[in-house]
Write a protein that binds this ligand. Structure first.
Ligand SMILES: [Zn+2]
Length: 179
């Protein structure tokens, strides 16, 4: 079993704060976001998160989810990617003399986790592990998952549920075309 690295666990969890199927979003409000960040150990004090900072998290998440979708062949929305890049550009990361990355010292507390997410993401991209992190190709699901298959060929979070849903739909459309 190919265990995901800590950086993948974090990015996956962040991407899955929204549940498309249940139409729920853990970080829909600043308070929800603060609770999520505190639960992950990314924020010490669950204080108020300003609306613009909250917006930055949602923008980054949307961009990451687009990128994860591209790993199963979905065409990403360039506007969402560009907006996420803008958020990242506003959250500088420093390299220490030992080669590790750290959020820039001047960042306000509630913005530091954005830099932490940027660090996790860059680690995944650098190691090539990012390609294993995907958004389910079944769009009514959209769950982010870690692909443990040897050739990184999985497209659905669960073959049993989403893979079969997709198959039966293409079967039905083939049947329709045949008649
Ligand atoms: Zn799925």
């Amino acid at each position: 079993m190919l265990e995901p690295p800590a950086s993948a666990v974090l990015v996956e969890a962040f991407a899955n704060t929204v549940d498309v199927e249940k139409a729920s979003d853990e970080i829909a409000t600043p308070a929800g976001l603060a609770a999520w960040l505190t639960g992950r150990g990314l924020l010490d004090t669950p204080g108020g998160i300003p609306p613009d900072v909250h917006e930055s998290y949602l923008t980054l998440r949307a961009g990451i989810r687009e990128e994860l979708g591209s790993h199963v062949g979905d065409l990403p929305d360039p506007e969402l990617l560009a907006a996420a890049d803008q958020v990242l550009a506003g959250h500088p990361v420093l390299v220490t003399s030992r080669g590790s990355l750290t959020p820039a010292a001047g960042l306000p507390t509630e913005r530091r986790p954005l830099a932490a997410l940027a660090i996790a993401w860059s680690q995944l991209v650098t190691t090539g592990d990012a390609a294993r992190l995907k958004r389910c190709a079944e769009h009514t699901c959209g769950w982010a998952f870690w692909d443990i298959s040897k050739n990184r060929s999985r497209r659905w979070c669960s073959m049993k549920v989403c893979g079969n849903r997709n198959k039966s739909r293409s079967y039905a459309s083939r049947q329709r075309q045949a008649t």
